[in-house]
Write a protein that binds this ligand. Structure first.
Ligand SMILES: CC(=O)N[C@H]1[C@@H](OP(=O)(O)OP(=O)(O)OC[C@H]2O[C@@H](n3ccc(=O)[nH]c3=O)[C@H](O)[C@@H]2O)O[C@H](CO)[C@@H](O)[C@@H]1O[C@H](C)C(=O)N[C@@H](C)C(=O)N[C@H](CCC(=O)O)C(=O)O
Ligand SMILES: Nc1ncnc2c1ncn2[C@@H]1O[C@H](COP(=O)(O)OP(=O)(O)OP(=O)(O)O)[C@@H](O)[C@H]1O
Ligand SMILES: N[C@H](CCC[C@H](N)C(=O)O)C(=O)O
Ligand SMILES: [Mg+2]
Length: 487
């Protein structure tokens, strides 16, 4: 792929240019290690390093053009330097232009919120495939270019990767792309250059305060996504969340509301719940679904509302909604031969844990015990740890605190942080077992037939990350082993 610099410059705001602009560029990169002859390098300030420091390395690797916020003292001949106010913004726009503005050639819907993003985008992708549309997906679990899978590295990858993926989607004839928009991505301008047909807000609760520092800053990051939507887009918001209206108060997009409780443009009521599904009244129509829990009713309602706003036939959408299966690691059930029930769920925030345990309490029929196995990730928000313990205790009969992905932290210290959430009266409800495999095993041994074991926090993850190394680990596999079930 090649593009003339002069053409690229038409799409960005810049301050000064030094050197010739009539030259061909082979690639755009923001990592000096990926620079080759005739690449353009965008120097941006990150969390750990300042990309400007790597301008010499980029030049050594053959960069023809450097975009930067601060010009180096010496400008070597033969290289074009473009100074810009905001490199992050420019990277998004350059990436979009370089890959031919793929988001303008599809309908892109972004979903943001603390919980529910993966569930909603994955269900939208599957629904639209069933409705006969080629579609793309960008999610925590996987990136899909219609039927072709690409490994996911981030919930929302960097601007270059996004535009590359979208260009491949357009190439594969995709009419739609459903993507998660994480708050990190908004803050780091990874979504610059994307034209959205719609945005969805699910909820905002405690997470990522290590990164955003305050809840207000976390809200602001999410809101910025809606502030930047255009008039032709829709902004679908969950008004059951107390920040649902705040999110869309400054958007130019058409605001649409959804709710499980109040009157809204799209509303839904849970009529019946069983272990294998629930009956919903969705905007006046009854529909059986294979999902459990009020939060899933909310997710399905969002999926329905998006589909209708993308001009799909309501009846057809409802029929397909009934056939949709839960997403991997989201309320995934494993039953033992003697009637113990294991549930693997990706709940890794206090709110998600509360929701899953509430969903479980809604389907309990008698005196069965609920045993929860839960850990918290290392190098992430520490303040949520005791809150997660409190939610686990509130919704379970027994709690086993264990490790999640310790990353570079000491797992015993993470557990100690979690233990600070144990109230004096709850001491006998909780035990701590650092080894996750042992913790799951213990839960299955304590459990009696009929009891429910919730293994929370890691969901679909097939690894446990310790000091930069990912060891194979799969909660569903562990439960099956303990239950003596083969695949
Ligand atoms: C904390 C965070 O979000 N960090 C992201 C950020 O990295 P950074 O700011 O640390 O980058 P840096 O190391 O300071 O480097 C600064 C600049 O120098 C450049 N550089 C660096 C070294 C070099 O030799 N040459 C060079 O040019 C880098 O390419 C970069 O442009 O920018 C990188 C490129 O886009 C991301 O890969 C990286 O994600 C890290 C790996 C990460 O783990 N992020 C997580 C927390 C994340 O983003 N999570 C959200 C989901 C959260 C949720 O659940 O909602 C996600 O969307 O996945
Ligand atoms: N609408 C919802 N409201 C609250 N909790 C939810 C909702 N949907 C899912 N959950 C809970 O949150 C967990 C994570 O769901 P999901 O993966 O869909 O969220 P996510 O927003 O993509 O998370 P991440 O930010 O890690 O990518 C689920 O396993 C479930 O426990
Ligand atoms: N996207 C989330 C994933 C958390 C999953 C949990 N298993 C952990 O490792 O903390 C995050 O980066 O905070
Ligand atoms: Mg996700």
């Amino acid at each position: 792929m090649k593009m003339n610099l002069r053409k690229l410059l038409e799409h960005i705001d810049f301050l000064e240019v030094h050197g010739k602009t009539d030259r061909e560029i082979d690639s755009v990169e923001f990592d000096s290690r990926k620079i080759k002859k005739d690449s353009a390098f965008v120097a941006q300030r990150g969390l750990h390093a300042d990309g400007h420091r790597f301008i010499p390395a980029a030049l050594e690797n053959g960069a023809a053009v450097i975009f930067c916020e601060e010009l180096p003292k010496e400008l070597p001949a033969g290289v074009t330097f473009v100074s810009v106010k905001n490199s992050g913004l420019v990277l998004g726009k350059l990436a979009a232009a370089f890959y031919g503005f793929p988001s303008k050639k599809m309908k892109v819907v972004g979903v943001t919120g603390t919980n529910g993003k993966t569930s909603i985008v994955t269900l939208l992708y599957r629904l639209f495939k069933q409705l006969g549309h080629n579609s793309g997906l960008i999610s925590t679990i996987s990136y899909m270019i219609d039927d072709k899978e690409d490994t996911a590295t981030h919930t929302t990858p960097d601007a270059l990767r996004i535009q590359q993926l979208m260009a491949q989607m357009v190439e594969a004839g995709c009419e739609y792309c459903f993507m998660e928009v994480s708050s990190h991505a908004v803050q780091q301008q990874r979504i610059e250059g994307i034209e959205f047909a719609g945005g969805v807000f699910t909820n905002i609760t405690h997470d990522h305060l290590d990164y955003h520092k305050t809840f207000a800053a976390y809200i602001k990051a999410k809101k910025q996504f809606f502030d930047n939507l255009t008039e032709s887009a829709f902004a679908l918001t969950n008004i059951d969340d107390k920040n649902g209206r705040v999110m869309v108060q400054n958007t130019k997009a058409k605001v649409i509301t959804y709710s499980n409780r109040a009157l809204a443009d799209y509303h839904c009521k849970v009529i019946e719940t069983h272990f294998n599904g629930m009956m919903l009244n969705l905007t006046g129509r009854e529909v059986w679904t294979r999902f459990v829990g009020k939060f899933n009713a909310s997710n399905l309602l969002a999926v329905f509302a998006v589909a209708v706003n993308l001009n799909q036939d309501e009846d057809e959408v409802l029929t397909h909604l009934s056939n949709l299966e839960p997403v991997k690691g989201r309320f995934e059930t494993v039953r033992s031969n003697d009637g113990k029930m294991g549930i693997v769920d990706y709940a890794h925030t206090p709110d998600a844990l509360k929701n899953v345990l509430t969903a479980i309490s809604g389907i309990r029929s008698g005196n069965e015990q609920v045993i929860t196995v839960i850990g918290a990730g290392g190098d992430r928000d520490k303040t949520k740890r005791p809150e997660m313990t409190q939610e686990a205790i509130a919704g379970s009969d027994k709690v086993i605190l264990t490790s999640d992905n310790p990353r570079t932290e000491n797992p015993a210290q993470i557990i100690r942080d979690m233990e600070t959430g144990i109230g004096a009266a709850d001491n006998n409800k909780v035990i701590s077992i650092e080894n996750r495999r042992e913790a799951i095993k213990t839960a299955t041994l304590i459990a009696q037939p009929g009891d429910i074991i919730l293994v929370a926090g890691k969901g679909h993850e097939s690894y446990q990350e310790v000091n930069g190394v990912r060891h194979h680990f799969d909660d569903v596999e562990e439960l099956k082993n303990c239950f003596g079930i083969s695949e």
